[in-house]
Write a protein that binds this ligand. Structure first.
Ligand code: ZN
Length: 96
């Protein structure tokens, strides 16, 4: 998962949670009893919260790992692209 997609999901879930919880409070304040809309808003805000947490978990498991796996370090001597955690250059063998 790309970082920008993750950030879009974070903002979407946060906005969804804020809107639905505000609607839930408004519904309870205006009717003072649990009605269908209030329950629907509560369910949606909980779903947004669960989606937000799941999004973070999936990003930590796949997104960050993928990003660091493809990250490259350039050799200062011959400018060959090496793996990020490589101690020596694969082309000239010098310490990087
Ligand atoms: Zn090199």
């Amino acid at each position: 998962m790309k970082r920008i997609v993750y950030q879009i999901f974070v903002y979407v879930f946060l906005a969804m949670f804020l809107v639905t919880s505000a609607m839930f409070i408004y519904e309870l304040a205006s009717s003072s009893t649990f009605n269908v809309w209030a329950i629907l808003c509560l369910v949606l805000s909980l779903a947004a919260l669960v989606g937000f947490v799941l999004n973070q978990v999936f990003y930590r498991q796949f997104g960050e790992k993928d990003e660091t796996r493809y990250e490259k370090k350039e050799c200062p001597h011959c400018h060959t692209k090496n793996d990020k955690d490589a101690p020596f250059c694969k082309n000239c063998g010098k310490d990087i």
